[in-house]
Write a protein that binds this ligand. Structure first.
Ligand code: FES
Ligand code: FES
Length: 168
């Protein structure tokens, strides 16, 4: 087995690990760091359940080698709630009843979070396109899109102090 030492940040905490060069980031997060909120669905980059943010961008961690994460900032769903308070994206999913079994939810929350942190204003069609890499067997997607729209709408409200001009 060939191994390499990597240093990366996961949910604001730095880790130094010796990893097998063939190991996926998903397996390292789940099996070594116990971050089981990152779900293992298809393992081949098709379902989106394993999505994490790497330097702010969503990636399928099942097809991302752990060695590539060296020097990178990783975010998983475990790091999103702060001081016992859900993130605005998590709260939007809850409010919209966008969760049934919950297996797809952590990945969807992370991709939606990346959308809320970008400068772009997303239309409903664009939201659907951005989330199209996520499979959900339970919800029929309707409430998921509603949740993402709500989170993105809240982003607009929180991004600037309202001067009232946009309402005129
Ligand atoms: S488990 Fe990674 S995309 Fe399905
Ligand atoms: S809520 Fe069950 S797979 Fe999406």
């Amino acid at each position: 087995m060939m191994t390499r030492r990597i240093v990366f940040t996961v949910n604001r905490q730095e880790h130094m690990l010796e990893v097998d060069v063939r190991e996926s980031l998903l397996d390292v997060l789940r099996d070594r760091l116990d971050l089981t909120g990152v779900k293992k669905g298809c393992s081949v980059g098709e379902c989106g359940a394993c999505t994490v943010l790497i330097d702010g961008e969503p990636f399928d961690s099942c097809i991302y080698l752990a060695v590539w994460a060296d020097g990178k900032q990783i975010r998983t769903v475990e790091g999103e709630a702060k001081d016992g308070k859900l993130s605005k994206v998590q709260a939007a999913f809850l409010e919209a009843n966008a969760v049934q079994c919950g297996f797809c939810t952590p990945g969807l929350v992370m991709t939606t979070t990346a959308l809320t942190e970008s400068d772009h204003s997303y239309t409903k069609q664009e939201i659907k396109k951005e989330l199209s890499g996520h499979m959900c067997r339970c919800t029929g997607y309707h409430n998921i899109i509603k949740a993402a729209e709500k989170a993105l709408q809240d982003k607009g409200e929180q991004d600037h102090d309202c001067c009232g001009k946009c309402h005129q």
